[in-house]
Design a protein around this ligand. Structure first.
Ligand code: ARG
Ligand code: GLU
Length: 735
């Protein structure tokens, strides 16, 4: 009896565990960034996960899909059209550069935000473009016909680029639009995208940094998150609604397709999609290539940037001028630095290298006996050999890139290459001075944001790193300079910064205005330039040729390997690595609990933002008006039972480039704007783990609240098509 009870209880226990595992298993989270034109293959699964609209509404070949409401924003972000008059929603950090171009001391949009009072008040953004993807077609047949997989890349590439050029031209003529053909699956497939690029884009709304960049680098890559990372632009078109250069007479772009906005919210587990332009992922690479990321490039970059960022941060705290000089540079350097740390953490936690090695053993067994793909068995051994040769060189290159060239004055030596070249032209003295002056004037941008004292400290720290790590590879010039300064790096650094012309504009200008034809010897004596030149030489002679070979060898082998994997797992649906083309990914709203027990929810709110307020901090200072709105709970129609949602996480597979992407509910309605990933899951560029990988989005209700109540730009809301649940609340959009 007792025994019986024990067995029954054991059985019940295991059943409970079984169901617990089942209910917790991330059955719904899905890895993959799918080409819109292949979504039909996923219809059944997407529907079973919650999709409530036909795939045709997301994309169709006749050109009426929601893909027409998405743009590649600038060169590396995504934006979505949210009104019939071409209003674009994207991230604050995606609009940052444009806002910087328009901002002045009197009109400081970072401090005060910008809200156009009407269409006439919208501000043209020089150089900004947005690109629509009208249609995509698989053209692999035309591009690859007759080309054997194992054909030498040099020959194959030539044929392919000729075919691409001819076919793109054909598409352009046929469609009257632009066409671009890109490789997918490491060159095993080719797809054409028929595109339209609009060139008259205007700034409409931009929250101040206290909202749009709230939390700055501290909260970057972190969940929970409190940033209202959005901004608003508008597309303008020529008379025929087609792309046109900026003109006062251009009209707002008439959008046939734009997103409905749903303000009824979401709950954990709800189906979501992210539709946008992920930049780069490498999910199919071998353990050899991944080991290089894991053991070489990521750790060295982090190690070197630790030093650089420490010193920059210290100096930025000393003077306001240093702060301004380095704040934007610091953001860029810190963004990668933090992402790679998350990446290493995730790769380690999942033992991704180990998993890949196990996967490769299975692959090898299959390959050894596979007759259909005779080359398969040689792929991994060849990769291994290639990687073994390249890894030590890659290590040197990484210390040079992140170490030596992280010293700005050495990197700036590159600018002397052009200056030197001028001397070789045999110009008259006047012409020489004139040309040099122009060249030197071009360096103003760099020196505006440069502080030699800061850089001198970086020099010391990074040189020590380089000398410690690269020993026998260190060029003689470095050793000679070091020895000539009593082997004291402080003395050495002080002397370089005292003697080099590259520390500021003044000596460069003086050199240019007084230059005589023989003066290139003065450049050659410059200690900073000599360091740069020694590095350039060692790269040219010993590093670049090896790495170039390695990269082209791996490109070839990666193509074969990806192809072979697709042959091995015929029943698996593969998705191509990201390549900055339009993709749709789907998952679910899901909190993040990396360490457990559940410290994080799936949503943040304004109360938490205000609790973080720190008037002494540049990044955590909540704007006064926002605090007043919070105190009065004046959320208009955007609040939810007296609270104001701010950001949320979901398990969609996204990457850099997905910034600004529309986050959609089961009906394809907009519920948020994607802007980041959680630290624990940034390894998703190599390996997607649904328990750790999360995309972070601004809740659309926060966006609307800020536009309406904070920005006082209700006229924009009137343009939008806002639905709550099934009921249309305001549908003034004239379609
Ligand atoms: N991590 C995000 C991305 O990769 C946001 C970067 C901008 N924000 C920042 N605090 N630097 O682009
Ligand atoms: N912030 C990134 C971007 O600018 C998106 C975050 C990510 O890498 O997922 O594209």
């Amino acid at each position: 009896m007792l025994r019986m009870q024990a067995v029954t209880s054991l059985l019940i226990k295991s059943l409970i565990i079984f169901f617990l595992v089942l209910s917790q298993s991330p059955a719904i989270a899905k890895e993959g960034m799918w080409i819109p034109a292949t979504l039909k293959d996923h219809e059944k699964e997407m529907k079973s996960m919650g999709l409530q609209i036909p795939i045709d509404q997301l994309y169709n070949a006749s050109g009426t899909g929601l893909n027409n409401a998405i743009v590649l924003f600038g060169r590396g972000c995504t934006g979505e059209i949210i009104s019939a008059s071409g209003l674009i929603l994207t991230n604050h950090h995606c609009g940052y550069g444009s806002a910087q171009g328009l901002s002045t001391a009197e009109n400081d949009y970072f401090a005060n935000g910008f809200w156009a009072p009407n269409m006439q008040g919208e501000l043209p953004c020089k150089g900004l473009t947005v690109t629509f993807i009208r249609r995509m077609e698989n053209v692999s047949q035309q591009i690859l016909e007759g080309l054997k997989d194992t054909m030498r890349d040099s020959f194959r590439d030539t044929v392919i680029s000729l075919r691409i050029a001819a076919l793109e031209k054909e598409f352009r003529t046929k469609t009257g639009m632009d066409a671009s053909i890109k490789p997918y699956f490491d060159g095993n497939q080719y797809w054409v995208a028929i595109t339209e690029t609009y060139r008259d884009i205007r700034l409409v709304g931009f929250p101040p940094n206290g909202i749009g960049a709230f939390g700055g680098d501290v909260e970057n890559w972190i969940w929970p998150r409190h940033t209202g990372d959005f901004s608003i632009f508008r597309v303008y078109a020529g008379g025929d609604n087609r792309p046109a250069d900026y003109a006062g007479s251009n009209k707002p772009y008439k959008a046939e397709e734009f997103f409905k906005i749903n303000t009824s919210g979401y709950k954990e587990g709800d189906f979501t999609m992210v539709y946008g332009f992920p930049g780069t992922t490498r999910e199919y690479i071998s353990s050899y290539e991944l080991s290089q990321v894991y053991n070489v490039t990521d750790p060295i970059s982090i190690e070197a940037r630790n030093r650089r960022l420490d010193i920059w941060t210290k100096h930025m705290g000393w003077t306001r001028s240093n702060f301004l000089k380095y704040t934007s540079k610091r953001a860029g350097v810190a963004n990668g630095w933090k992402k790679w740390q998350g990446e290493l953490l995730g790769l380690k936690a999942n033992d991704v290298v180990g998993k890949k090695q196990a996967y490769e053993r299975t692959f090898q067994q299959w390959a050894d006996t596979c007759k259909a793909v005779p080359y398969a068995k040689d792929i991994l051994p060849q990769m291994r050999t290639a990687a073994e040769i390249a890894t030590p060189i890659l290590t040197q290159e990484q210390y040079i890139k992140e170490g030596v060239l992280g010293i700005e004055i050495v990197q700036q030596g590159a600018a002397f290459d052009n200056v030197m070249a001028c001397f070789r032209l045999g110009l008259s003295q006047d012409a020489l001075r004139d040309t040099l002056t122009k060249l030197v004037t071009g360096m103003e941008g760099f020196y505006k944001n440069y502080d030699p004292k800061t850089d001198q400290d970086v020099f010391i720290s990074l040189m020590v790193l380089y000398f410690n790590k690269c020993t026998s590879w260190i060029p003689d010039e470095f050793k000679d300079q070091y020895r000539a300064h009593d082997q004291d790096v402080n003395v050495w650094a002080a002397d370089v910064f005292k003697r080099s012309m590259l520390t500021s504009m003044a000596p460069l200008k003086e050199f240019a205005t007084n230059a005589k034809p023989g003066d290139s010897t003065k450049l050659q004596a410059d200690p900073a330039w000599r360091l740069y030149n020694a590095i350039a030489t060692i790269r040219k002679q010993k590093i670049t040729p090896v790495l170039k070979d390695y990269i082209s060898r791996m490109r070839y082998l990666d193509r074969l390997y990806t192809n072979a994997q697709m042959q091995e797992y015929k029943n698996k649906t593969f998705y191509p690595d990201a390549n900055l083309t339009l993709r749709l990914t789907y998952g679910q709203v899901k909190g993040l609990d990396p360490e457990g027990p559940a410290p994080y929810s799936f949503q943040t709110n304004l109360k938490e933002v205000v609790a973080l307020d720190d008037t002494a901090s540049d990044i955590f200072r909540v704007p006064k008006k926002l605090k007043e709105l919070y105190a009065a709970k004046d959320y208009g129609r955007w609040g939810v039972n007296g609270t104001m949602p701010v950001a949320f996480v979901a398990s969609n597979h996204t990457s850099g480039g997905n910034s600004g992407s529309p986050v959609l509910n089961a009906k394809g309605e907009l519920i948020g704007t994607n802007f980041d990933r959680a630290y624990e899951g940034t390894m998703s560029d190599y390996y997607f783990d649904p328990t750790r990988c999360r995309n972070i989005s601004v809740d659309i209700r926060y966006t609307l609240f800020i536009i309406d109540k904070f920005g006082g730009a209700g006229w924009l809301i009137d343009e939008m098509n806002i639905v709550k649940g099934k009921k249309t609340v305001a549908a003034k959009a004239k379609k």
